[in-house]
Design a protein around this ligand. Structure first.
Ligand SMILES: CC(=O)N[C@@H](Cc1ccccc1Cl)C(=O)N1CCC[C@]12C=C[C@@H]1CC[C@@H](C(=O)N3CC[C@@H]4C=C[C@H]5CC[C@H](C(=O)O)N5C(=O)[C@H]43)N1C2=O
Length: 108
């Protein structure tokens, strides 16, 4: 989710329709960079043929950001332009993701 600062509310990232997405943290070993990448689980029909699993988040993990675990299954962080929020399907998923995020932040 992205925080809409104008209307003071969270909106689904990547599209107007809320969707279940799978979110990964990718590490680029060469550059030692990390990114949060999420794609919708449900493929969208595009002109009846190709199936797209739209990207809902593609955000570099910047050294020194504060990863805020606002609740056991809602975590959030700021980048220069956005405030990102992840509403996890389970507390276990949230803990796993947080673990990877903290690992990435320590490795930067
Ligand atoms: C100082 C600051 O930026 N603080 C941030 C949190 C934060 C702290 C530290 C590092 C990074 C971050 Cl993003 C902050 O408080 N923010 C960022 C924009 C929105 C918010 C500012 C005010 C509101 C108050 C309530 C809280 C919030 O939005 N929450 C708390 C957890 C809750 C969980 C789920 C989401 C989903 C829908 C529901 C809602 O918006 O109705 N909601 C919320 O209400 C979320 N808020 C925030 O998270």
């Amino acid at each position: 989710m992205l925080y809409d600062d104008v209307h003071k509310r969270w909106v689904p990232a990547g599209s107007e329709a809320p969707s279940i997405s799978r979110v990964h943290i990718y590490h680029h070993p060469g550059a030692n960079t990390f990114r949060v990448v999420g794609r919708k689980l449900q493929a969208d029909q595009q002109n009846g043929r190709r199936l797209l699993r739209a990207m809902v988040i593609n955000c570099p993990i910047v050294k020194g950001i504060k990863y805020n675990q606002a609740t056991p299954n809602f975590h959030q962080w700021r980048d220069p332009k956005h405030v990102w929020g992840l509403n996890f399907g389970s507390m276990e998923d949230a803990a796993l993701f947080a673990d990877s995020m903290m690992h990435a932040l320590q490795a930067l």
